[in-house]
Design a binder for this molecule. Sequence first.
Ligand code: ATP
Ligand code: PH2
Length: 171
Amino acid sequence: MLKARYAEAKPRRSAVALGSNIGDSQTILEAAIETLAQTPGIFLEARSNWYQTKAVGPPQPDYLNGCVTLQVEILPQQLLEILLGIEQQFGRVRQERWGPRILDLDLLLFDDIILDTPNLQIPHPRMRDRAFVLVPLAEIAPDWIEPVSGYVIKELLKEVDCSDVHLLMGN
Ligand SMILES: Nc1ncnc2c1ncn2[C@@H]1O[C@H](COP(=O)(O)OP(=O)(O)OP(=O)(O)O)[C@@H](O)[C@H]1O
Ligand SMILES: Nc1nc2c(c(=O)[nH]1)N=C(CO)CN2
C-alpha cells in the first residue's frame, strides 16, 4: 500500500503545445503558461520560443505556437481537465474543427505512455505531422522518444516541412 502510494507520487514529465490566432496571442500564451505553472501539482520545466506559423486547416490568420515541458504529480486525465479548464478560462469557444481560437492547449506526451481513450489520446495523434509542434518541441526536448513511432523528436522534425514556421523576433 505504502509502495503504491509512493509510486503514484513519482513526478512525471509531460509536454504541452500552445497555440493562438485570435486576440493578442503572445500575451494570451504567456498568461496561459503562468496559469499552468501556478497550478498545484504542475511545475514548469522548460519553455520554447514563440513561432509565427501558417494556419493548417481552413483559411484563417497565422498562429503563434510554442511548447512547454512540465514535471507533474497528477494523472494524464487530470492534466487534460486542467488544460481544457484553462482554455475555457481564456474564453475559448469551440466552433469548427481546426478553426481559429483564442487558446489551444494540446497534451502531446506523458512520459513514455501510450493511451487511446475516447477523450484522450497520448501521444497526441497528429503531433508527428505538425511542424508547428515539432519545431518548438525540438528546441526543448529533442531527445524525447515519441513512443508510437519510436523516433526522437529531432528525427521526426526532419520528416516535416518547416517552411511555414518562423521564429518570432524580439522574444
Ligand atoms: N492529447 C490530447 N490533447 C488535447 N485534447 C485531446 C487529446 N486527445 C484527445 N483530446 C480531445 O480532443 C478534444 C478536442 O480538442 P480540440 O478542440 O483542441 O481539437 P482541435 O485542436 O480542434 O484539433 P486537434 O486535436 O487536431 O489539435 C478535447 O476535448 C479532448 O477531449
Ligand atoms: N499553424 C497552426 N495551425 C493550426 C493550429 C496551430 O496551433 N497552428 N491548430 C489547429 C487546431 O488544433 C489547426 N491549425
